[in-house]
Design a protein around this ligand. Sequence first.
Ligand code: PLP
Length: 475
Amino acid sequence: MYKSEKLANSLKLLIENGTWKANEKLPSLRHQAELSGFSLITVMNAYQELEAQGLIYSKEKSGYFVVAQQPANDEQNQNVTLNAKIEINSTVFQYLKSIQPDTIIPFGTAFPNSQLLYSAKLIQTLGQLARHRLSYEQTPSLPPGNFALRKLIAQRYCMQGIQTDPSDIVITSGGLDALNLSLQAMTQAGDYILLQQTIFYGAWQAAERLGLKVITIPEHPEHGIDLNAFEQAIQKYPIKVCLLMLNCHNPIGFTVSDEIKFQLAKLLHQYEIHLIEDDVYEELHYDHKKPLSMKYFDQQNLVLHCSSFSKTLGAGFRVGWVYAGKFSEHIQHIQLMSTLSVNSFIQNALVEYLSHRHYEKHLKTLRSSLERNKKQFYAYLTEHLPPVCKIAYYPSGYFLWIELPEYIESVYIYQLLLARNISIAPSVLFNANFAKQNNFLRINCSFDFNDRIKFALSQVVECIQYAINNPSVRS
Ligand SMILES: Cc1ncc(COP(=O)(O)O)c(C=O)c1O
């Protein structure tokens, strides 16, 4: 047994027998080294081990503290997981590289079928603007971005009953930039943040880049988010901010009900916790009514709402925003040091485009195409996949989330399919805890259900069937 393990075990006893009480500060690393006779590095390793076990937590510049509730005493607490060190970026990088070639049928991509985006009217507007030198010769629109565009976005919030001032909004380089800037503005390395157990890899990458510790809570089979686990997590760890997806969740697809959002807003208020809401799929509902964002329920300005035009007009435009409220100034400072400004020519074009009814018309067509395609994919897969596979269908967006039998790692299916020039997104991309839930995969269903796509889907079915029939060669 390593010295650090030995020390961790004896310190664990002090916590378990109540010598060290909840929220009590542990001796500093140096003091503990003196007390125990172990080296500083051994003490540090022992503390990190206890932290990984969820027994203690660290606070920036203050030291280590005993967590409020011990997992051993509370079965439900096992739902709350600490991911102290995130290492997902290389996996995501390699994955995205592998599915890039044009020859690959992109069921694994997060981008919607580009043939449904890039509205003809917007392209026309871009062309008209390009002929006016002023539209691209003017100085870049520095943070917080083009005022007219912020005003139009503010109006869209108002249409949903969310009173918004354009000065609360910062235009960003897509939704990912909005999430990254918000997280950076609200945290420091070593802080705890809360994520859903399964979430868009961009959130994990941001946590890795900023050196954050991630507490995860599992999805709730009925409500999408597990409010009990959420409350336990914030009682147990000093969480700085949560980052959640509640509408058209990527990769799973669910939308959390208004009632649950209302309850969540109450908890945010009660514990004074901020939320960064990733809502980039907000417009892709099939219902006539757009789902409400958490911003709607937020009376205390605790929610930063992030969205973009990537899923509706085109990810290539790289225009998103964050409704940042009182964090707007801080976010702009960081933006000035990194991206400086978002493409001002595209911002001008969006102002022109959004000022007319073009966007609403485009969204209507986009939604009905996505719904049609997703239903066709779902019908095909339901008919052809073996019944042990469970497919989650939600009436929004363009993803299907498929559960395979537990003994099949979806990375294996990804490898089999890549050899046939087809991509899918395995669940390792959405869950930094590699030991859990490796048997899921996401399929992008935004493509027209033609013969080529149908053939590719038959290959997906064939590979899954092969893995089920041959469990011994699955990895
Ligand atoms: C859930 C989620 N959030 C954020 C983003 C990033 O959006 P953007 O392309 O606007 O940066 C994506 C892109 O796939 C996403 O799926």
